[in-house]
Write a protein that binds this ligand. Sequence first.
Ligand code: A3P
Length: 279
Amino acid sequence: EEDLIHTFNGIAFTTRSSPELLSSLATFDARDDDVLLVSYPKSGTHWLAEIIMHLYTSKVALTSPIEFGDLSRLEQLDHLSCKRIIPTHLDANMLPPTFKLKQCKAIYILRNPKDIAVSMYHYYKENPNLPTIETWSEFLEMFLKGDVVCGSWFDHILSWEEYTTDKNTLFLFYEDMKKDLPKVVKQVSSFLGVNTSESGINEICAKCSFSEMKTNTEKENYDPNQTVCALTSNRRLIFRKGAVGDWKNYFTSKQDRVFEETFAKKMKCSKVAKHLVYE
Ligand code: A3P
């Protein structure tokens, strides 16, 4: 059980991210045209990845997360000859420095952390690669302490905060995508510098609906190992509910109060946190 997790830089990783890989990340060579897809787990990474892949008409490769694998990982990525879309759940301070030096584009997706906690709770319960969780309240405590895979949600946001003023980084919100997907897809399209017609945008939105993505993933011919999340062993576990505000079905009023207190304390100086859509 304990063997499922190891700690690196004070952050919990599954054994699917080898310590050797994590310590060699600093040597990774980013390319000018790489696009980073940054998220804390359960923020909508698969959704956004699907949208990005539909936007490109040229050949691009969506890789598994950069921190996923063993030492051969960096070489594998190096062998890809086309443009790379590289997901990551890493804190900004663990990101290979060449991404910043080469001014690579990055898209950071955020989501209400209460919904993330609920989503992650279910995920822990169903994923054999993660430690066993007994109750929701036990998990929530772990989440608030940052005692979960990929570390603290709060620290993740704070570490990426400096990128808000970087013109090469686009911050998106899951809740905005739920509210007006065509608008966000247009925004991503222009950020990535790809031309997409109005009808193209609408087609993409239809293909990336929750039900469409869930159905496609459940089809026999889909490789369930193809995931953009470093703690996912099975893509089929991803499409659970896809809703905003599911946290209300789980949080007691006391838990909500504790969460709000922690949030206020940790995110006092965060500009990003102020933009989070709370419902
Ligand atoms: P829930 O567990 O709340 O349903 P990630 O891809 O970063 O791991 O995030 C997974 C979360 O995104 C899950 O949340 C999943 O259902 C939701 N999701 C995935 N595809 C979606 C889509 N097309 N529309 C809305 N939500 C989606």
